[in-house]
Design a protein around this ligand. Structure first.
Ligand code: T1G
Length: 703
């Protein structure tokens, strides 16, 4: 709970505050801090103040949940609190442990002195939220550590070890222990200095010397522009710093406030703040009993030493968890082990890993050739061929071999997890862990809960995801779960637009201009067009995909699987990953169009982007209606983490809300009316129509 304690140590008031879990500076805490500081100012028994977090951390900054709400405007604002603090007649010492980030660091910068534990970290991460430090940080930090260092801290946005600044005016002391004692003696010494007539040290009074401010700021701008062209915050940070140095501290504060408000209301910052909470919400499982205890996982087995199996294995080795890698063929197994070693040796060359760590990780790897060798593991993850008959064989063998209580996970990307669970006598221990290729790189993990998956198995999967640094999203069972089910619609629209008259390169260019890392055709060439082909053939056979994708099938029949075969939707040159438009593909497209006899038309970029993105939104809405996804933000997390949706647009659902659901539904109906359109698909999902009619957003708030 939020509280501010007022304690005394001799003639030093210790103001110890907390607002768990990270002491974010919401209205109640700001109000409590101001009251305590005003009390100290009046307290004749007190000559100085120590300000500290009372739960082993200082503060992670302003309460981001307040942004855009009235709470944020309820006085005292953080800027007001800092100005009052800095203007006190008695010295205030910030005692920093744990983290002082964002507004938390700005609070400390407004104190007259700062003492930190050597283990503490400080930073101004506002830039990651599309913001700039809005409570004096752009003005006080340059005066304490210099302009260039301050700009670097603000543009990086990373937590930094306090030791980096031990020699600057930022800290009076950096201590290994006894933080309160050290801070109290700094407070007493400062009070004595005040008594002897010395002025209180204030960051605002420090002079900044920069021989060539223009050149420095211009260099910083050029660097910021190339790195983050869609993000306005870095340039605003540089502008605020330069303004305050050229004009005055107070003028700088006003400019900082003006720019902060501009950024706060920008679509990019709203998207980045949405992503911040969306990533964290994904780890919560609605309806899971609070006392659900995860199972202990000491030993893991991975079945299949192919690309996925070795990638999955690396995640666990990196987390210090031993893995038995099982492959029935010795040659394939040896190749798999060699691939794992290759990955680590690549990191060693880049200095991302040292030799000792490489050896330690490889020591955790035990290649095995038979199932009995994995009988006593706690978790098995199969990453074998994506064919139900193969999965059946593996799971029947696992059921007969693996100890009771072990978790049996499938890495399937689209197959029915309930059907796989039914191959065993223990469906409650079966779960889907869908990694994304390359499995040791992509942060997304779809955790697919079967109808009979036990709660503790689900909780164990979420706990493990955190341990192997994955962002896990829970999905129900359906064809393609969340991500691949939506990408199927997205790819179908891309193909249809090629049928209608667009070229693959036009579709890719349009959606890459929108911000996707890679358009659908370049992505197909990277991932392998044969993967989609295999799924389409299964669906043709099952009858669940009636409309054949003639052009895509023909491309695959020609063996044009993409970069791995040197040709796909594009042509490639040896050793060159550049995608060159292909005359062969253009010929295939022309032939298919002639055979279809459909009239061609010109499509503009807006239609291309809207049809691709709104296809994701419509299928995402249906996934929500069917409760396959727990919440709308989970759908955004899947697309941001697994499919290269531009982060600064917040994800497909967040982006749709920013265009208003009324407009999205209107565009969908227009697409339904296009000649040859999949009119049934383009009927807006009932949820979209409902929310649009009630002018509400997906997460229930006012749109
Ligand atoms: N406001 C509100 N909630 C926050 C928060 C914040 N600043 N920081 C964390 N949380 C919540 C988070 O949502 C989660 O909640 C829980 O705390 C644990 O977080 C004026 C305007 C501090 C490094 O950008 O980087 O100050 O999911 O899971 O991995 O200039 O949290 O449990 O319900 O991330 O140990 C600037 C953001 C704000 C820091 C800890 N500060 N936070 O990481 O835990 S803007 C930031 C972090 C500002 C001023 C400006 C990390 C962390 P729940 P967690 P963690």
């Amino acid at each position: 709970m939020i509280k501010v304690d007022y304690l005394t140590r001799g003639r030093v008031a210790v103001v110890a505050f907390q607002s768990p879990p990270v002491n974010s500076l919401g209205f109640t805490l700001r109000q409590g801090l101001l009251a305590a500081l005003e009390r100290a100012e009046q307290d004749t028994a007190i000559d100085s103040v120590v300000l500290m977090g009372s739960n082993t951390t200082f503060s992670a900054g302003a309460d981001i949940r307040e942004f855009g709400s009235a709470e944020m405007l309820r006085g005292p604002s953080l800027a007001t609190l800092n100005t009052c603090l800095e203007g006190m007649s008695k010295p205030v010492v910030a005692a920093i442990e744990g983290m002082a980030l964002g507004g938390g660091l700005e609070l400390a910068l407004s104190c007259h002195h700062r003492v930190a534990l050597a283990s503490a970290k400080i930073g101004l991460p506002e830039v990651k939220l599309g913001l700039l430090p809005g409570a004096g940080g752009t003005q006080r930090l340059p005066r304490l550590i210099g302009i260039e260092a301050a700009i670097n801290v603000m543009l990086a946005g990373e937590p930094l070890a306090v030791g980096l600044f031990a020699k600057s005016s930022l800290f009076d002391q950096v201590v290994e222990a006894d933080l309160l004692a050290a801070a109290s003696s700094v407070a007493e010494a400062s009070a004595a200095a005040v008594k002897s007539g010395k002025p209180l040290p204030q960051a605002r009074d420090l002079k900044v010397r920069e021989p060539d401010l223009q050149a420095l700021c211009q260099f910083a701008r050029n660097t910021a522009k190339t790195a983050l062209k869609e993000y306005p915050a870095p340039l605003a940070i540089i502008d605020a710093v330069q303004f305050g140095v050229e004009k005055s501290f107070d003028a700088g504060l006003l400019e900082e406030r003006r720019l902060f408000e501009q950024l706060m209301n920008s679509p990019v910052s709203k998207a980045l703040r949405h992503v911040f909470f969306a990533e964290r919400a994904a780890s919560r499982i609605d309806g899971l009993p609070a006392d659900t205890k995860p199972r202990e996982i000491r030993q893991v087995a991975v079945i299949g030493a192919g690309t996925m199996g070795t990638g999955i294995t690396i995640n666990f080795l990196n987390a210090g968890i031993s893995v038995r890698l099982l492959e029935v063929g010795k040659e394939v197994l040896d190749r798999g082990v060699a691939r794992i070693r290759e990955v680590y040796e690549g990191q060693l060359k880049k200095g991302k890993l040292d030799a000792a760590k490489l050896a330690a990780r490889m020591d955790l790897l035990q290649p095995v050739l038979e199932y009995p060798a994995i009988a006593d593991v706690d978790l098995v993850i199969e990453a074998v061929f994506e064919e139900m008959s193969v999965k059946e064989k593996v799971f029947r063998t696992l059921d007969a071999t693996i100890k009771r209580g072990a978790i049996l996970a499938t890495n399937t990307s689209t197959l029915d997890v309930d059907q796989i669970a039914a191959f065993t006598a223990r469906p409650q221990d079966v779960i889907g862990l869908h990694f994304f290729s390359p499995a040791n790189v992509m942060r997304l993990l779809e955790v697919v809960r079967g109808a009979k998956t036990a709660p503790d198995v689900l909780a164990t999967a979420m706990m493990l995801a955190k341990k192997i640094k994955k962002t896990a999203v829970v999905s129900g069972v359906c064809d393609g779960f969340i991500g691949n089910r939506m990408i199927h619609r997205y790819s179908a629209q891309a193909m249809q637009m090629v049928d209608e008259g667009a070229s693959p390169e036009q579709v890719d260019r349009a959606v890459e201009k929108f911000g996707f890392a890679m358009g659908p055709f370049r992505m197909g060439d990277l991932a392998g067009n044969d993967i989609g082909w295999l799924i389409r053939k299964r669906k043709y056979a099952e009858g669940s995909l009636v409309e054949r994708q003639v052009i895509a099938d023909k491309i695959c029949e020609l063996g044009r699987f993409g970069q791995k075969t040197g040709a796909g939707w594009y042509d490639y040159k040896k050793g060159d990953r550049t995608a060159y438009p292909s005359p062969v593909v253009a010929g295939v497209i022309d032939e298919a169009r002639k055979a279809a006899g459909r009239p061609l038309r010109k499509l503009d970029d807006r239609e291309i982007v809207d049809r691709l993105v709104y296809a994701l939104v419509n299928e995402g809405a249906r996934i929500l209606e069917e409760k396959i996804a727990q919440r709308t933000s989970d759908i955004d997390v899947v697309y941001l983490m697994g499919y290269g949706f531009p982060v600064w647009r917040g994800g497909p659902i967040h982006y749709a809300e920013s265009q208003t659901l009324y407009e999205v539904a209107r565009r969908m109906r227009a697409f339904a009316a296009l000649p040859g359109a999949d009119a049934e698909f383009w009927q807006p999902a009932a949820l979209i129509d409902k929310l649009a009619a009630e002018v509400r957003s997906f997460n229930g708030g006012a749109a």
